[in-house]
Design a protein around this ligand. Structure first.
Ligand SMILES: Nc1ncnc2c1ncn2[C@@H]1O[C@H](COP(=O)(O)OP(=O)(O)OP(=O)(O)O)[C@@H](O)[C@H]1O
Length: 240
């Protein structure tokens, strides 16, 4: 098993509040892992440490086998967060334009997209099952459809790891199920490592391969969800 994210004795705190203490935690290539835990336990903080937006107060983080402080291959890490923060959906752009935005360095800003690049975009739209939306304005889509567009945008960089922070907030139940299932398909077909923070344990546990629970400043990984996630472990993990 090849680890793609490695936490070694990592501690982190905001001012006088410790969030993680001496955490050892590995995510392996091909994992589809759901990060769960009570409100305020540090799920978003964990993701921010992974994307280098925050730095540990102690310990080391490695990404794709490089110390995070020396890591510079950030295009290999796709990041999708809650819809409301990621993009102004009132922007008058079509799905094709939104997904091709990150191609600007390749094709030159304001240049018309060439057929070759257009095909790349459309292949990704097909993979995610939203090719029929290619000419629609982003603002005219449902929340679930918009999130799929943002997944496509992240996939254009051919990432090795896709990180998502509560991407299904505001999406209806069926849309959420479909979304988690889409991620499973991408995980399997592209061997894409997926790390997702979710507030909905009962939905996410149906699709992910593993769970990581943040509690009491530590992280417990549940590898075999069906066997390990009993009513008692849930009560214990969530103090309910
Ligand atoms: N920039 C910050 N400065 C100080 N404290 C912060 C900051 N960001 C988050 N916190 C606090 O750190 C704790 C962990 O926050 P975080 O957002 O990581 O939790 P979370 O598990 O993602 O929460 P939720 O489930 O509510 O989204 C919370 O108590 C939060 O109030």
């Amino acid at each position: 098993m090849i680890d793609v994210i490695k936490f070694k004795d990592v501690s982190f705190g905001y001012e006088d509040k410790t969030i993680l203490e001496n955490v050892n935690f590995d995510i392996y290539q091909g994992d589809y892992i759901g990060i769960i835990g009570p409100n305020g336990s540090g799920k978003t903080t964990l993701l921010k440490l992974i994307i280098n937006e925050l730095n540990p107060t102690k310990g080391k983080i490695k990404i794709l086998d490089k110390e995070i402080t020396n890591f510079n291959n950030w295009e290999k890490i796709g990041y999708v967060n809650q819809k409301s923060n990621s993009f102004s959906t009132s922007f008058p752009a079509t799905v094709t334009e939104v997904v091709s935005m990150d191609l600007a360095p390749k094709i030159g800003l304001f240049k018309k997209i060439k057929k070759k690049h257009l095909e790349e975009v459309w292949n990704v739209l097909k993979l995610v099952g939203i090719y029929d939306l290619k000419d629609k304005l982003i603002g005219s889509l449902s929340g679930g459809q918009q999130q799929k567009v943002f997944i496509c945008r992240a996939l254009m960089r051919n990432p090795k790891i896709l990180i998502l922070d509560e991407p299904t907030v505001g999406i209806d139940l069926n849309g959420q199920k479909e979304f988690y299932h889409l991620l499973k398909t991408l995980n399997e077909s592209l061997q894409l490592t997926i790390v997702i923070v979710s507030h909905d344990l009962f939905l996410v546990k149906e699709e992910v391969k593993k769970l990581a629970v943040i509690k009491n400043k530590g992280i417990k990984v549940i590898e075999n969800i069906d066997d390990e996630l009993t009513k008692n472990t849930l009560l214990d993990l969530f103090d309910i």
